[in-house]
Design a binder for this molecule. Structure first.
Ligand code: PAF
Length: 294
Protein backbone atom coordinates (compact mmCIF):
# COMPACT_ATOMS: atom_id res chain seq x y z
CA UNK A 1 0.00 0.00 0.00
CA UNK A 2 1.28 3.46 -0.79
CA UNK A 3 1.73 5.77 2.20
CA UNK A 4 2.37 9.28 0.90
CA UNK A 5 3.67 11.21 -2.07
CA UNK A 6 2.46 11.72 -5.62
CA UNK A 7 3.49 8.46 -7.12
CA UNK A 8 0.55 6.94 -8.97
CA UNK A 9 -0.36 7.13 -12.59
CA UNK A 10 -3.75 8.78 -12.72
CA UNK A 11 -6.10 7.70 -15.49
CA UNK A 12 -9.24 9.62 -16.38
CA UNK A 13 -12.29 7.79 -17.70
CA UNK A 14 -15.55 9.31 -18.89
CA UNK A 15 -17.66 6.20 -19.50
CA UNK A 16 -19.04 3.46 -17.28
CA UNK A 17 -17.53 0.82 -19.52
CA UNK A 18 -14.01 2.25 -19.25
CA UNK A 19 -14.47 2.58 -15.50
CA UNK A 20 -15.50 -1.06 -15.20
CA UNK A 21 -12.54 -2.21 -17.32
CA UNK A 22 -10.05 -0.22 -15.22
CA UNK A 23 -11.68 -1.35 -11.98
CA UNK A 24 -11.53 -5.00 -13.02
CA UNK A 25 -7.78 -4.64 -13.60
CA UNK A 26 -7.14 -3.43 -10.01
CA UNK A 27 -5.59 -5.95 -7.63
CA UNK A 28 -5.99 -5.45 -3.89
CA UNK A 29 -8.32 -3.15 -2.01
CA UNK A 30 -10.08 -0.11 -3.46
CA UNK A 31 -11.34 3.06 -1.78
CA UNK A 32 -13.62 5.54 -3.49
CA UNK A 33 -13.87 9.26 -2.83
CA UNK A 34 -17.05 10.72 -4.30
CA UNK A 35 -17.03 14.41 -5.16
CA UNK A 36 -18.86 16.96 -7.26
CA UNK A 37 -15.51 18.36 -8.36
CA UNK A 38 -14.23 21.86 -7.67
CA UNK A 39 -11.74 20.13 -5.42
CA UNK A 40 -10.15 21.81 -2.43
CA UNK A 41 -7.94 20.91 0.52
CA UNK A 42 -10.85 19.14 2.24
CA UNK A 43 -11.14 16.69 -0.67
CA UNK A 44 -7.38 16.09 -0.57
CA UNK A 45 -7.75 14.98 3.05
CA UNK A 46 -10.43 12.48 1.98
CA UNK A 47 -8.04 11.22 -0.69
CA UNK A 48 -5.20 11.01 1.83
CA UNK A 49 -7.39 8.88 4.10
CA UNK A 50 -8.42 6.69 1.16
CA UNK A 51 -4.73 6.21 0.27
CA UNK A 52 -3.95 5.16 3.83
CA UNK A 53 -6.74 2.60 3.81
CA UNK A 54 -6.60 0.94 0.39
CA UNK A 55 -4.24 -0.12 -2.37
CA UNK A 56 -6.11 1.83 -5.05
CA UNK A 57 -8.12 5.05 -4.97
CA UNK A 58 -10.91 5.98 -7.35
CA UNK A 59 -12.14 9.58 -7.35
CA UNK A 60 -15.53 10.34 -8.85
CA UNK A 61 -16.07 13.88 -10.16
CA UNK A 62 -19.69 14.44 -11.11
CA UNK A 63 -22.14 17.25 -10.40
CA UNK A 64 -25.27 15.21 -9.77
CA UNK A 65 -28.37 17.00 -11.10
CA UNK A 66 -30.70 14.73 -9.11
CA UNK A 67 -29.65 16.28 -5.81
CA UNK A 68 -30.43 19.88 -6.84
CA UNK A 69 -33.97 21.20 -6.57
CA UNK A 70 -35.58 23.67 -8.99
CA UNK A 71 -34.04 27.11 -8.47
CA UNK A 72 -30.97 25.70 -6.67
CA UNK A 73 -27.40 26.29 -7.83
CA UNK A 74 -26.97 23.32 -10.22
CA UNK A 75 -26.10 25.55 -13.22
CA UNK A 76 -23.89 27.86 -11.17
CA UNK A 77 -22.18 25.05 -9.23
CA UNK A 78 -18.43 25.50 -9.83
CA UNK A 79 -16.98 23.08 -12.40
CA UNK A 80 -13.27 22.85 -13.17
CA UNK A 81 -12.34 19.35 -14.32
CA UNK A 82 -8.92 20.47 -15.60
CA UNK A 83 -8.09 22.10 -12.27
CA UNK A 84 -9.37 19.02 -10.42
CA UNK A 85 -7.20 16.69 -12.51
CA UNK A 86 -4.13 18.85 -11.96
CA UNK A 87 -4.78 18.76 -8.21
CA UNK A 88 -5.13 14.97 -7.90
CA UNK A 89 -2.65 13.92 -10.58
CA UNK A 90 -0.45 11.20 -9.11
CA UNK A 91 -2.59 10.96 -5.96
CA UNK A 92 -5.37 8.68 -7.20
CA UNK A 93 -5.38 5.76 -9.62
CA UNK A 94 -8.54 6.59 -11.46
CA UNK A 95 -10.82 9.59 -11.94
CA UNK A 96 -14.35 8.87 -13.15
CA UNK A 97 -15.78 12.06 -14.64
CA UNK A 98 -18.88 11.11 -16.61
CA UNK A 99 -21.18 13.41 -18.57
CA UNK A 100 -24.74 13.70 -17.24
CA UNK A 101 -26.13 11.55 -20.09
CA UNK A 102 -23.60 8.84 -19.29
CA UNK A 103 -24.74 8.66 -15.68
CA UNK A 104 -28.43 9.17 -16.42
CA UNK A 105 -29.50 8.01 -19.90
CA UNK A 106 -32.99 9.05 -18.79
CA UNK A 107 -33.41 11.93 -16.39
CA UNK A 108 -35.06 11.50 -13.98
CA UNK A 109 -34.32 7.78 -13.95
CA UNK A 110 -37.33 5.46 -13.86
CA UNK A 111 -36.06 3.85 -10.65
CA UNK A 112 -34.34 5.78 -7.90
CA UNK A 113 -33.49 5.41 -4.21
CA UNK A 114 -35.74 6.94 -1.55
CA UNK A 115 -33.90 7.61 1.65
CA UNK A 116 -36.92 7.57 3.97
CA UNK A 117 -37.96 9.92 6.75
CA UNK A 118 -34.41 10.86 7.74
CA UNK A 119 -34.12 12.50 4.31
CA UNK A 120 -37.06 14.82 4.96
CA UNK A 121 -35.66 16.41 8.13
CA UNK A 122 -33.35 19.42 8.62
CA UNK A 123 -31.33 19.80 5.39
CA UNK A 124 -33.95 17.65 3.66
CA UNK A 125 -36.77 19.93 4.83
CA UNK A 126 -35.04 22.93 3.25
CA UNK A 127 -34.00 20.96 0.14
CA UNK A 128 -36.85 18.53 -0.66
CA UNK A 129 -35.62 15.57 -2.69
CA UNK A 130 -31.96 16.42 -2.12
CA UNK A 131 -31.06 13.30 -0.15
CA UNK A 132 -32.97 10.97 -2.47
CA UNK A 133 -30.78 12.37 -5.26
CA UNK A 134 -27.68 11.83 -3.14
CA UNK A 135 -28.74 8.28 -2.18
CA UNK A 136 -29.42 7.44 -5.83
CA UNK A 137 -26.08 8.67 -7.16
CA UNK A 138 -24.13 7.17 -4.25
CA UNK A 139 -25.78 3.79 -4.92
CA UNK A 140 -24.93 4.04 -8.63
CA UNK A 141 -21.33 5.07 -7.92
CA UNK A 142 -20.91 2.25 -5.41
CA UNK A 143 -22.25 -0.22 -7.97
CA UNK A 144 -19.94 1.16 -10.64
CA UNK A 145 -16.76 1.34 -8.57
CA UNK A 146 -17.42 -1.68 -6.28
CA UNK A 147 -15.07 -0.33 -3.58
CA UNK A 148 -14.10 -1.94 -0.28
CA UNK A 149 -14.22 1.46 1.40
CA UNK A 150 -16.00 4.74 0.63
CA UNK A 151 -14.68 7.87 2.32
CA UNK A 152 -17.07 10.71 3.25
CA UNK A 153 -16.55 14.01 5.07
CA UNK A 154 -18.21 14.82 8.39
CA UNK A 155 -19.18 18.36 7.30
CA UNK A 156 -22.22 16.95 5.51
CA UNK A 157 -23.26 15.21 8.72
CA UNK A 158 -26.78 14.30 7.62
CA UNK A 159 -25.52 13.02 4.26
CA UNK A 160 -23.00 10.84 6.10
CA UNK A 161 -25.75 9.41 8.33
CA UNK A 162 -27.97 8.73 5.31
CA UNK A 163 -25.16 7.06 3.36
CA UNK A 164 -24.37 4.90 6.39
CA UNK A 165 -28.07 3.93 6.67
CA UNK A 166 -28.20 3.22 2.93
CA UNK A 167 -25.31 0.82 3.28
CA UNK A 168 -26.73 -0.82 6.44
CA UNK A 169 -30.33 -1.08 5.28
CA UNK A 170 -29.56 -2.33 1.76
CA UNK A 171 -26.67 -4.56 2.90
CA UNK A 172 -24.25 -2.93 0.50
CA UNK A 173 -20.83 -4.59 0.75
CA UNK A 174 -18.76 -1.49 1.52
CA UNK A 175 -17.32 0.17 4.63
CA UNK A 176 -18.06 3.86 5.10
CA UNK A 177 -15.10 5.79 6.49
CA UNK A 178 -15.85 9.26 7.93
CA UNK A 179 -13.18 11.97 7.80
CA UNK A 180 -13.14 15.09 10.00
CA UNK A 181 -13.99 18.52 8.66
CA UNK A 182 -11.09 20.45 7.18
CA UNK A 183 -11.07 24.14 8.06
CA UNK A 184 -9.51 27.23 6.52
CA UNK A 185 -7.05 29.04 8.82
CA UNK A 186 -9.76 31.37 10.21
CA UNK A 187 -12.04 28.41 10.93
CA UNK A 188 -14.45 28.31 7.98
CA UNK A 189 -15.24 24.70 7.04
CA UNK A 190 -13.78 23.96 3.61
CA UNK A 191 -16.46 23.71 0.91
CA UNK A 192 -16.60 24.12 -2.86
CA UNK A 193 -19.34 26.72 -2.25
CA UNK A 194 -16.90 28.98 -0.35
CA UNK A 195 -15.82 30.13 -3.83
CA UNK A 196 -19.13 32.00 -4.07
CA UNK A 197 -18.39 34.13 -1.00
CA UNK A 198 -17.24 37.74 -1.20
CA UNK A 199 -14.49 38.88 1.15
CA UNK A 200 -17.15 40.39 3.39
CA UNK A 201 -19.26 37.23 3.09
CA UNK A 202 -16.35 35.12 4.32
CA UNK A 203 -16.32 37.25 7.46
CA UNK A 204 -20.05 36.67 7.96
CA UNK A 205 -19.65 32.94 7.32
CA UNK A 206 -17.26 32.72 10.25
CA UNK A 207 -20.38 32.95 12.43
CA UNK A 208 -20.84 29.23 11.71
CA UNK A 209 -17.43 28.11 12.95
CA UNK A 210 -17.68 30.60 15.84
CA UNK A 211 -20.92 28.87 16.84
CA UNK A 212 -19.21 25.49 16.68
CA UNK A 213 -16.36 26.83 18.82
CA UNK A 214 -18.82 28.30 21.35
CA UNK A 215 -20.76 25.01 21.50
CA UNK A 216 -17.50 23.16 22.16
CA UNK A 217 -16.74 25.59 24.97
CA UNK A 218 -20.22 25.25 26.46
CA UNK A 219 -19.89 21.44 26.54
CA UNK A 220 -20.14 19.33 28.64
CA UNK A 221 -23.26 21.29 29.68
CA UNK A 222 -26.16 20.38 27.37
CA UNK A 223 -28.18 23.44 28.36
CA UNK A 224 -25.07 25.52 27.64
CA UNK A 225 -24.82 24.05 24.14
CA UNK A 226 -28.54 24.61 23.54
CA UNK A 227 -28.20 28.23 24.70
CA UNK A 228 -25.35 28.81 22.23
CA UNK A 229 -27.50 27.41 19.40
CA UNK A 230 -30.51 29.49 20.42
CA UNK A 231 -28.38 32.65 20.54
CA UNK A 232 -26.97 31.86 17.11
CA UNK A 233 -30.35 31.47 15.42
CA UNK A 234 -31.88 34.47 17.21
CA UNK A 235 -28.91 36.67 16.26
CA UNK A 236 -28.03 37.41 19.89
CA UNK A 237 -24.74 35.52 20.03
CA UNK A 238 -22.18 37.61 21.93
CA UNK A 239 -19.10 36.08 20.30
CA UNK A 240 -19.45 37.10 16.69
CA UNK A 241 -20.47 40.67 15.89
CA UNK A 242 -20.17 39.87 12.18
CA UNK A 243 -22.99 37.31 12.05
CA UNK A 244 -25.36 40.02 10.77
CA UNK A 245 -24.81 38.82 7.18
CA UNK A 246 -25.36 35.19 8.15
CA UNK A 247 -28.94 33.92 8.21
CA UNK A 248 -29.15 30.64 10.10
CA UNK A 249 -31.53 28.05 8.69
CA UNK A 250 -31.03 25.76 11.65
CA UNK A 251 -28.67 25.18 14.56
CA UNK A 252 -29.50 21.84 16.12
CA UNK A 253 -28.27 19.48 18.81
CA UNK A 254 -28.95 15.92 17.66
CA UNK A 255 -28.38 12.42 18.89
CA UNK A 256 -25.76 11.21 16.36
CA UNK A 257 -27.14 7.65 16.52
CA UNK A 258 -30.72 8.55 15.57
CA UNK A 259 -30.36 12.06 14.17
CA UNK A 260 -33.27 13.08 16.43
CA UNK A 261 -33.22 16.26 18.53
CA UNK A 262 -31.67 15.50 21.89
CA UNK A 263 -33.98 15.19 24.90
CA UNK A 264 -33.15 17.36 27.96
CA UNK A 265 -31.80 14.28 29.76
CA UNK A 266 -29.51 13.32 26.87
CA UNK A 267 -25.94 12.56 27.92
CA UNK A 268 -23.08 11.55 25.67
CA UNK A 269 -22.10 12.43 22.10
CA UNK A 270 -24.16 15.28 20.69
CA UNK A 271 -24.07 16.29 17.04
CA UNK A 272 -24.18 20.04 16.59
CA UNK A 273 -25.41 20.64 13.05
CA UNK A 274 -25.64 24.09 11.46
CA UNK A 275 -26.85 25.48 8.15
CA UNK A 276 -27.02 29.09 7.10
CA UNK A 277 -27.07 31.47 4.17
CA UNK A 278 -24.42 34.06 3.33
CA UNK A 279 -24.53 36.08 0.10
CA UNK A 280 -27.22 33.65 -1.18
CA UNK A 281 -24.88 30.69 -0.59
CA UNK A 282 -25.89 27.82 1.64
CA UNK A 283 -23.16 26.72 4.05
CA UNK A 284 -23.01 23.85 6.53
CA UNK A 285 -20.94 23.10 9.59
CA UNK A 286 -21.02 20.39 12.23
CA UNK A 287 -19.20 18.91 15.20
CA UNK A 288 -19.74 16.21 17.78
CA UNK A 289 -19.39 17.40 21.37
CA UNK A 290 -19.71 15.38 24.58
CA UNK A 291 -22.53 16.57 26.84
CA UNK A 292 -22.33 14.88 30.21
CA UNK A 293 -24.14 17.48 32.36
CA UNK A 294 -27.61 19.13 32.27
O1 PAF B 1 -20.92 15.39 -0.95
C1 PAF B 1 -20.95 15.51 -2.19
O2 PAF B 1 -20.09 16.15 -2.80
C2 PAF B 1 -22.08 14.87 -2.96
O3 PAF B 1 -23.28 14.94 -2.26
C3 PAF B 1 -21.78 13.42 -3.39
C4 PAF B 1 -21.64 12.50 -2.18
C5 PAF B 1 -20.51 13.39 -4.22
C6 PAF B 1 -22.93 12.88 -4.24
O4 PAF B 1 -23.11 13.63 -5.39
Amino acid sequence: MTETGSNRTTTVVRTKQHLRERRAAMDGTVAVVMTMGSLHEGHLMLIERARELADHVILTDFVNPLQFGPGEDFDAYPRDLEGDLAMVDGMVDLVFAPATEEMYPTLPPMVSVTAGEIATLYEGASRPGHFNGVATVVTKLLNLTTPDIAVFGRKDAQQLAIVQSLVNDLDLPVRIEPVDIQREPEGLARSSRNLFLSEEGRGHALGLSATIAAAREAAPSLSGVLRVLEQATSGTAPYSPRTAGLRFDYALALDPATLRLVAPDHRGPTLVMLAGWVDGTRLLDAAVVQTTEP
